[in-house]
Design a protein around this ligand. Structure first.
Ligand code: ZN
Ligand code: ZN
Length: 175
């Protein structure tokens, strides 16, 4: 078998995904061993997953933030006219922190998924509710700390995906 790209060179490996032949140089280009097309395709799928990880918390944050502001402000106003600007400021900060805490639950949840072994439990419904309740509580207490690191990591991954794509499209690193 010859290399799919360099048809004069013998293949020393095959693409893990589509089985195309790869020469010595092409087999070194990606890890896991892959042809360019499959590597780019795989990266695009991975990229959409990362985008979802970013967008979902943003949507949760905005929804809770807007809802809390509208709902609680009207409640506060109808309560007492003597509420001063300081109370409003404290309330606003509270809403901000609360929205951030809930929006970052998915980061904590994913972190726990990585820690817990991949076993499927057979539990009664009450057991599942308890399991998810506890998991949610731990995610809530960890998520806000993990979120900045996770976002930094996601941005880094997105950057290297884009760089890889540019490299491949520009034909760099290829004979
Ligand atoms: Zn392939
Ligand atoms: Zn090659």
């Amino acid at each position: 078998m010859k290399c799919y790209k360099h048809n004069k060179l013998d293949a020393v490996a095959t693409c893990n995904n589509c089985g195309k032949g790869l020469c010595n140089e092409c087999s070194d280009e990606f890890q896991p061993i892959s042809c360019q097309r499959c590597a780019l395709q795989n990266n695009e799928t991975f990229k959409s997953g990362l985008m979802v990880q970013l967008i979902v918390p943003i949507v949760i944050f905005i929804s809770i933030f807007v809802f809390s502001l509208v709902f609680m402000f009207s409640a506060l106003k109808s309560l007492d006219d003597s509420i001063g600007p300081l109370s409003y400021l404290l309330f606003f900060i509270g809403v901000l922190i609360n929205s951030y805490a809930i929006a970052t639950v998915p980061f904590g949840w994913r972190f726990l998924n990585k820690l817990t072994p991949d076993v499927f439990l057979f539990l009664p419904i009450a057991g599942w509710l308890f399991y998810f309740g506890v998991k949610f509580a731990i995610s809530l207490s960890l998520g806000w700390i993990i979120a900045p690191f996770a976002v930094w990591r996601i941005k880094k991954d997105l950057k290297s995906i884009n760089l890889t794509k540019q490299d491949v499209l520009m034909g760099r690193g290829v004979i």
